[in-house]
Design a binder for this molecule. Structure first.
Ligand SMILES: C[S@@+](CC[C@H](N)C(=O)[O-])C[C@H]1O[C@@H](n2cnc3c(N)ncnc32)[C@H](O)[C@@H]1O
Length: 284
């Protein structure tokens, strides 16, 4: 396993869900678990964004804008994944690269056992923070996708490969190399009985996105969340669909976040990021 810190991008997306809760697409989006999973200073940032009080200095303004912008992106992504997960027939839900996702506590999938797979450093922090949540915790499975054998770790954790699983893989693919993504899909397939469903969020190649991330890196300096967690792979729709097909998954839907947002009937910003972020639902 590699030595590294708990994911900071996981904190940003959790803050984004806390900002959006009750404010963006109410009735379709809600995440009451987000705020309790945050530390006091992270919650303070959320309150600032919710109240529309941007700080004065450039350095302080950066995390504010990151969280504000991420809230728009996170809503369609969460709604699409929640809908697809609830529609799955599985009694096992595995959240891959779970970060500070609260689905194991908040998503109603009757009778399902939840597993959370994440890098050990991120998972340890999640376990500490999750003591603030009420309800049964998931089964924690520490795995570094770059070095560990996912199939063995799941077997040891009590996951049943002969029963259908709903897999949720949100906001993780860009942080893995193409080989790591391919190896993870192979491992998922090896433990996916008939009736399993893989919900995967991935990013299209986007030169505008790359330029924006470079500019953010220069302006943000130490506060840049991508400094320690750079994007390592993007996928075209065809590439992702071919990879999934290679491992026996049939893509049932694959939408960009803009399309999902339009279905929600809300107007949100970040149109370029919305076009390059996608949620595919595939079955085996
Ligand atoms: C942007 S966060 C997304 C978290 C969560 N899925 C969500 O949407 O809120 C990225 C997550 O990917 C995980 N991750 C990145 N690289 C990983 C690796 N090599 N092995 C295991 N987890 C990894 C991080 O630990 C982190 O939890």
């Amino acid at each position: 396993m590699t030595e590294r810190r708990a994911s900071r991008t996981a904190v940003t997306v959790c803050q984004a869900r806390a900002v959006a809760d009750g404010r963006i697409a109410p009735g379709r989006f809600a995440d009451p678990t987000a705020m309790p999973l945050l530390r006091a200073e992270e919650q303070a940032e959320v309150h600032r964004v919710r109240e529309g009080r941007p700080p004065k200095g450039m350095a302080e303004r950066f995390p504010y804008e990151m969280v504000r912008g991420a809230a728009d992106i996170i809503v369609p992504r969460t709604v699409a994944i929640d809908d697809a997960a609830r529609a799955g027939a599985a009694t096992q839900v595995v959240i891959l690269g779970a970060g500070l996702d609260g689905r194991a506590w908040r998503l109603d999938v009757p009778g399902a056992t939840f597993f959370e797979v994440d890098h050990p450093a991120s998972q340890q922090e999640k376990r500490d923070r999750a003591t603030n949540l009420t309800g049964a915790p998931p089964i924690y499975v520490p795995v570094d996708f770059a070095h560990d054998v996912l199939t063995d770790a799941l077997e040891a954790a009590g996951h049943h490969a002969d029963q259908p699983t709903t897999w949720i893989w949100e906001g993780v693919v860009p942080y893995l190399t193409r080989d790591e993504v391919a190896a993870t899909v192979a491992a998922i397939a090896a433990r996916s009985a008939s009736g399993s469903r893989l919900i995967v969020n991935y990013q299209l190649p986007s030169w505008i996105g790359e330029v924006v991330r470079k500019i953010i890196g220069r302006v943000a300096g130490r506060q840049n969340p991508w400094a320690a967690e750079p994007w390592l792979s993007t996928w075209s729709v065809d590439e992702m669909s071919r990879l999934l097909a290679l491992h026996g998954f049939v893509v049932r839907s694959d939408q960009d976040l803009l399309e999902i947002t339009q279905d929600l009937g809300v107007r949100l910003g970040r149109r370029n990021s919305m076009r390059s972020g996608r949620v595919a639902v595939a079955e085996r």
